[in-house]
Design a protein around this ligand. Sequence first.
Ligand SMILES: Nc1ncnc2c1ncn2[C@@H]1O[C@H](COP(=O)(O)OP(=O)(O)O)[C@@H](O)[C@H]1O
Ligand SMILES: [Mg+2]
Length: 140
Amino acid sequence: MGVLASYSIEIASEDGVVRVRNQVREVALRAGFDAFAVAAISTAASELTRNAWVHGGGGAARVEEVEEAGRRGVRVDFRDAGPGIQDVERALRGGFSTRRSLGLGLSGTRRLVDEFSIDSTVGVGTHIVIAKWARLGARA
Ligand SMILES: Nc1ncnc2c1ncn2[C@@H]1O[C@H](COP(=O)(O)OP(=O)(O)O)[C@@H](O)[C@H]1O
Ligand SMILES: [Mg+2]
């Protein structure tokens, strides 16, 4: 996989949500995503940025335009040094919130993207990587 462009964004306030969302949107449009895919990856990235801020106490996102086997994609990496997730399986099943917020949650986020990986360690932090690919035939 080749990285065509990379942007690092600090998640140090609520503003991070908008900044990550806008950067993801810009990269997704450049990568040739259709409107539905742009909305999907932007929404997923917003949720994970909000989680990193609200639950993780802040951290950083890296937004990348990537290319593999002739297709373009967007990959976003989120890191925080917060409390970590006690039970990742349970959190991914959905319907589990320690804050009762109304977002689509980790489970909804996972359904919006093509790749989703999570590595969370209690007392250390959480690292999540998502990726979504432009439909084949879409032009960048
Ligand atoms: N980055 C994170 N750091 C620590 N805990 C997290 C993080 N992201 C999610 N969690 C935990 O997983 C739960 C489920 O997350 P999520 O599905 O996004 O729901 P919500 O954010 O609405 O609570 C959260 O309530 C929180 O306990
Ligand atoms: Mg959430």
